[in-house]
Ligand binder design. Structure first.
Ligand code: HEM
Length: 462
């Protein structure tokens, strides 16, 4: 194919390109684009050229093999920078590299193992609060509960902070910024024009700033030091300049970790309960594993290898509903992908929601089947066919933290309960920065080992 070939793509408006479709239904645009045009799809948002990449080989090229040619200086990350500043998720180049090296030890597997008790105890505290809900049988929003839980865990683990009093304010602010970052408006391009939408965005950022400010101030005033990530950030000294991080930089890193470290895991957990409730066979298998690995005892770090099926359920849930459903990069220089020319400043879109359903790599892609993640079947899959945490040097720094947390939360909760969906409650995808359930997920609590479940288990075994 000629090097100058342009990939096929959906026709768009003469001036706006595919901007209206991406505003109306971003996931639909990408899913249909792949279905109709294949592995490389041409898109345009106003004056911004974009390319959707669905093939694992092409994704690996951008995130890994030729990653130096791709940075985060595109419109998505510019928007995110208005919230997070120049933290680990949004920074680039030598600066990003230094910050990543500094923080990486905090996220090593051994270090994460030290957070297991905290993860389990926070879940048990939540379950105490749930006693009344279990008795009344009243429906509740599992997505909101998981968000509260993962926020509590990340704040305690990384910053030794109790943010429970601020949980609602953080939740509301996050919903506002998530919606605005996800539902791009043309007026956002002209950041200086004041609109009610922008005032709401700034107010939400201010709320989050106040929470982060409180965490940092409390630490600066504290007489004893905790050996946590916050101390590491406050004590870090640049080898070249011999200077510490500016207050603004500490704010950016703390806010980045507080937000990136809970919203995604909460979504992964909420979708996991949703899927388990609809798949009794998998749910029973999960309960059997938990009973045989733990009995009535609370899980610890040592139990993680025995909770293999629990892990496979979470992996399959993130395949169908990847919390970070799309990521993007900006092409710095010329490149070629799949025989097509990539011009500088093209926005490269990688949509795990699409790639996780690619029929060349996933049989019956819409079916929930945790067995896909047995070690044997996982080994046969090419790199980047499954990428809930991204890949290459910018792979999620918190991936071990998130998987450990999700495994422990699922095991601790499933020891006591099964969750059932409210039949009339609509569950729709809301693809913002993260993939949220649009109206939450309303569920009710039932004892883990009730008679009906035992009966279903008997039927499934027959
Ligand atoms: C299920 C949970 C999670 C999912 C699905 C997830 C997903 C991702 C993805 C896809 C990226 C790559 C973004 C890109 O390449 O543009 C990323 C980066 C990142 N994540 Fe996560 N994440 C999760 C949990 C966490 C946790 C628990 C933390 C911290 C405690 C965290 C902190 C970060 C940070 C700081 C980055 C930027 C890393 C860098 O660029 O060096 N994430 N995450």
């Amino acid at each position: 194919m000629a090097r100058s070939a342009t990939p096929p793509g959906p026709r768009g408006h003469l001036v706006l390109g595919n901007l209206r479709e991406v505003q109306r239904d971003p996931l639909g645009l990408l899913r249909d684009g792949f279905r109709e045009h294949g592995d490389v799809v041409r898109l345009r948002f106003g004056t911004t050229r974009a390319m959707l990449l669905a093939h694992p080989g092409h994704i690996g090229h951008v995130l890994h093999d030729n990653h130096r040619n791709y940075d985060k200086h595109n419109v998505d990350y510019t928007m995110l920078r208005r919230l997070l500043g120049n933290g680990l998720l949004t920074s680039d180049g030598a600066f990003w590299h230094r910050q990543r090296r500094l923080m990486a030890p905090m996220f090593h597997r051994q270090r994460v193992a030290g957070f297991c008790n905290l993860m389990v105890n926070s879940t048990l505290e939540m379950l105490e609060r749930w006693d009344a809900l279990a008795q009344s049988g009243e429906p509740f929003d599992i997505a909101a509960e998981m968000t509260r839980l993962t926020l509590t865990i990340v704040a305690k683990a990384l910053f030794s902070a109790d943010v429970s009093d601020d949980a609602e304010a953080i939740g509301a602010a996050l919903t506002e910024v998530n919606r605005q970052l996800g539902e791009f408006s043309l007026l956002d391009m002209f950041w200086m024009i004041p609109t009610p939408r922008k005032r709401r965005f700034r107010a939400a950022v201010q709320t989050l700033d106040e929470v982060v400010g409180k965490i940092i101030d409390a630490r600066r005033r504290a007489t004893h030091r905790n050996e946590d990530l916050l101390s590491m950030l406050l004590d870090a000294v640049d080898e070249e300049t011999n200077k510490g991080m500016t207050p603004r930089q500490v704010r950016d890193e703390v806010l980045t970790l507080l937000l990136a470290g809970h919203e995604t895991t909460a979504n992964a957990l909420a979708w996991t309960w949703y899927l388990l409730a609809q798949n009794p066979k998998a749910e029973n298998k999960l309960h059997d594993e938990i009973v045989s690995a733990l009995g009535e005892r609370a899980p610890s770090a040592l139990d993680l290898p025995q909770l293999r099926y629990t892990r496979m359920v979470i992996e399959e849930s993130m395949r169908l509903y990847p919390p970070a459903w799309a990521i993007s990069r900006n092409a710095i220089g010329e490149d070629e992908i799949g025989g097509y020319r990539v011009r500088p400043r093209t926005s490269m879109i990688i949509c795990s929601f699409v790639t996780h359903r690619h029929p060349s790599f996933w049989e019956e892609p819409e079916r929930f089947d945790p067995e896909r993640f047995s070690s044997e079947r996982s080994q046969r899959r090419p790199d980047f066919a499954y990428l809930p945490f991204g890949g290459g040097p910018r792979i999620c720094i918190g991936n071990a933290f998130a998987m450990t947390e999700a495994q422990l939360v699922v095991a601790t909760l499933a020891q006591r309960y099964r969750l059932r969906l409210m039949p009339e409650h609509p569950v729709d995808l809301h693809p913002l920065v993260t993939l949220r359930p649009r109206h939450g997920i309303r569920m009710t609590l039932h004892p883990a080992d009730d008679a009906a479940a035992a009966e279903t288990r008997g039927r499934a075994a027959r």
